[in-house]
Write a protein of this length. Sequence first.
Length: 591
Amino acid sequence: MIFHKLSLVFPLLCLCFTSLLTRVDSTQPPFSCDPSNPSTETFPFCKTTLPISQRARDLVSRLTLDEKISQLVNSAPAIPRLGIPAYEWWSEALHGVAGVGKGIFFNGTIRGATSFPQVILTAASFDSYLWYRIGQAIGLEARALYNAGQAIGMTFWAPNINIFRDPRWGRGQETPGEDPLVTGKYAVSYVRGVQGDTFNGGKLKGKLQASACCKHFTAYDLDNWKGTTRYKFDARVTMQDLADTYQPPFESCVKQGRASGIMCAYNRVNGIPSCADRNLLSKTARRQWGFHGYITSDCDAVSIIHDAQGYAKSPEDAVVDVLKAGMDVNCGSFLQKHTKAAVKQKKLPESEIDRALHNLFSVRMRLGLFNGNPTTQPFGKIGADVVCSPAHQVLALQAAQDGIVLLKNSHGLLPLPKSKSVSLALIGPNANSAKTLLGNYAGPSCRSITPLQALQNYVENTVYYPGCDTVACSSASIDKAVDIAKGADHVVLMMGLDQTQEKEELDRVDLVLPGRQQELITRVAEAAKKPVILVLLCGGPVDITFAKYDRNIGSILWAGYPGEAGAVALAEVIFGDHNPGEFTVIAVEMQ
């Protein structure tokens, strides 16, 4: 069984990534405090024997006001006179290191990264150690990209630990679901893995392999629904609901996960913008929970406090509101444009800027970026060979296998028999798409294999037909799909949603399958020789009551967005090389 899995996983891997296993030594990541430059090495902020708090204070004290303001945005420019390179705070790693954001580049020796299943599927395993191992793999690959000179930042804005309360929310796919306890456990496991901590909470001693950021703080679960956007949405939440539902995952992320970053959300909570809420950012996160890290805005969240929400009377007031609340860095350019005016108008003391910069430079120092050449440090020895490694590929497959849920299997239809003489019809708009398997916030993956290709490894005589023009299925060729189904021994219908139906800035208005999908499923199932297998790819739930009670539909599998190994995992489930009802969970008590 192991050899069978590897035979499906690694051929494409070897073809695409043989050249990635050798590091290009001539490419160096950006670093400060170069030992070969005595003019900067003598600065106290370069002395690794001093506490990070003292080093950060020294660095901030050497900056001019203009230099300070320049560092308050995600794309922080270099400060050449102090030997400080440019830094990008915005990188993404929701379920694998992604090209989304501005800090990671797949244009060098490394061309892709392991794309694990979308979070909603991974969470369905209920395996906290699996979550940790995924985070650990992502952190390793992130550091490898930096060491290869393909990153100008090591701060990743993940995980998304908002509660998936409304099933129509387009971003629910990014979250561990609707349960605060599960979401909190996921946050702790993922963050510890990414940052280089141990699963049981071993002390990092201040060092970070990569920096994780818990988002979006808080009560954020609407993007664009019936004319209400996330930019203007005011979440009205009782204190009890806030304490019982929305805050526990963030508290766990900070207290147990020791996250080094938090992102404040676009929305208001009970009238107050999250990024301007001193009670939320300073009193709760920092004082009550003991948060020691940086707080970033979501992108352009500061500007909307003035421009869209009208909460601040002037741009300068918006700057004052967020910095006094405890926010440190603005994704966007708003603080770069308006902070100096706020200082000149004596609305903002320079000490508030210093406080924010102390938090920001402390995190960069914890990442080892002010310790001289980072390639000579412990995390600096992580090479490109860890990216898309065989171990990470197997982990991606295991995560997909353990997350897939068997919803129905009448009369033991699954697994299908393995036979050279059997014929298979694969029908549906999701049947021949590798991209759909990834979900949103996905970078270039290590490999690309469609459900059709994976099933053809089991049944050579596989006939594919999309049935619908797109997942929206506004146009369907149902009669032809029926004819194909009639001629096959078994039929697999690959239906559901994709990123045209649910994603950031796109909420759904109902839970039914799009367009004529239900009609296509019902007609094909009625015409097939035997009960059919229905596979659903989707992040949010869909109402398939019709399929539950249809005797012509023998099996239903929910596969979320199962990542780059998802097609292989699905094929193994359908043909019995993996039983979705049996998987081993390594139980380790979390501290």
